[in-house]
Design a protein around this ligand. Sequence first.
Ligand code: ZN
Length: 400
Amino acid sequence: MRVRWQGAELTFLLDPEDEIAGEAADGHPVKLRTNSCRVGGVPDDAHNDLFAVAAWTVIAPWTRERVTFDRAISSELAQALHDGWGVEAGPTGETARRAGRTLALSYSGGADSVAAASMVPDAPFIHFRRVSHPRVPNRWTHYRSDVLARLAEQTGRELTTVTSDLEFTLAEPRPGYPEHHAVAVGALLLADRMDLGGLAFGYELGSRWLGGDRYLLRFTPDNPMWAPHGAWGRLFAAAGLHIVLPVGGVSEAVTMRLALESPLRDQLRWCLRGDGGPCRTCGKCLYKEIIQAAVERRPLDTPLTEKRPVVQKWLRKPPFGGMEMIEYGIARIPDLGPLGRAKEYFPDATEESTAWLDRCYRPAIDEIPEPWRQPIYAYIEKNVGFMSDEQARKVEEWGS
Ligand SMILES: [Zn+2]
């Protein structure tokens, strides 16, 4: 792959061995649609390694053997690319970037990122806003990135909104991040200006330790996306921007509770559709309603019927991504409405059997780099509490 940045426009050209069908780090198949994208709201004077990592978040799935950047990178970064992906990266010759002092939060406005925001109260927000691509028709017009950006502005937190059309480089399954880390493209290019040494993401226990929603569905201490010693963790660290997961040890039940208790509750939004309020009928709305009803111990409130595909999704035989939250909901929701049949597959669900999902998995805090670990630890200790050894075994035996 050959990479060129002109200002904040990224263009890439495939080498003969590259392919348009690729896989993201979580094994998800992604197909290339077009070879250019733009990032708005960022300076053009970032360290070369930051430009390289920003490009890599877009091109990684389609690069097979080598990547040639338009400016020299550090040998440390080339090594991280080689160790993580087996690619030859260059040219080299730049000195490695030193980590800055500030921690920023990649903020979406969903429950997980609002909960993370509570744990890092001084962190400025960086919000990724999708904009249209000049050459790719938008087949997903109901995605209201403008609504999400407006809500982010209303939080009162220090905020930088970065715009990008990079999701349109992806042809299938639909516009989206080629790699999850592409959401950080703006933070990477802003890292020098903002003196960033860490970037917090709202990835929770399921994504970090339980194999995610479209991934392995087993205990994944070596998660290539989010473990500090995984391919992406080492790459970001090599560019002086450590990945920090404040909510990496807690479930979506905990992030929901913390988000509902947060001063940002009024800006909370997980639904990507609808301009007035959440649509209540998409898969995300239903899933989060299950979690919210469980946290509030009230009947499920949904207009959906059992026949709808988004409901059927949760009536399947396990294993499936998010099943821990379904079991948690079954144990706590007094009336499951159209989801009543989900009980068939979780006959033993009780509050006790799912109580581990109300506590924090301690190794998730241990892996947060200094100087950010201690304040997050203190917050968790005060507001959440840690799993017992027996509860931690639920995490460590997950999927086995
Ligand atoms: Zn919705």
